[in-house]
Design a protein around this ligand. Structure first.
Ligand code: ZN
Length: 188
């Protein structure tokens, strides 16, 4: 297993739809193992295959609430249904999210409160996940990655301008930019 470099906004693999997985091969198993290792090293609550440069419809998630069991798994070829998002502006305290492909930043985004995701896991077994709140946000965020959408693509006009400034300042927004969990410090 290995920690993989994480692609940053501007890399084409992040901005085009990923392809369905036809068959769970040893290569796919190795990829998912590396995705877990990369997600944990980052650390992040989710990681989609395009973020490590692989244009396939796979994501992993890992989230722990204070006093709950870890909630963790992978989904291959997911299908997502969601409740309509509440109208109005997002609350920056409760509705901000970040992305390993736009590292070190957070922005508020209104999401659907409730989702149902179906797909298969690495064993080929059916997966059915029905979740709310933060877990629903993670599912929507990771699912978007498989369609070539980053959460910053969904922000209000004002925040989108801030995003553009950050992209220029950091030299993102072009192919081939990545960072290495455990090696690069992105908060500075
Ligand atoms: Zn992301």
């Amino acid at each position: 297993m290995a920690v993989l470099p994480i692609r940053v906004l501007g890399d084409p693999v992040l901005h085009s739809p990923a392809s369905a997985v036809d068959e769970i091969t040893p290569d796919i198993r190795a990829l998912v193992a590396d995705m877990y290792e990369t997600m944990d090293a980052a650390p992040g609550v989710g990681l989609a295959a395009p973020q490590v440069g692989v244009a396939l419809r796979i994501y992993a998630y890992s989230y722990v609430d204070d006093d709950e069991q870890p909630w963790r798994g992978e989904i291959i070829n997911p299908v997502l249904w969601m409740s309509p998002p509440e109208p109005g502006s997002p609350d920056p305290d409760d509705e901000s999210e970040g992305c390993l492909s736009f590292p070190g930043e957070r922005f508020a985004l209104r999401r659907a409160d409730h989702v149902l995701v179906t797909g298969i896991d690495l064993e080929g077994a059916d997966v059915r996940i029905e979740v709310s709140d933060w877990r629903a946000r993670i599912m929507q965020h990771e699912f978007d990655h498989l369609d070539g959408i980053l959460y910053v693509d969904r922000l209000s006009d004002g925040d989108a301008k801030v995003v553009q400034k950050i992209v220029r300042k950091r030299g993102w927004g072009k192919p081939g930019v990545s960072w290495m969990p455990g090696v690069d410090n992105l908060e500075g």
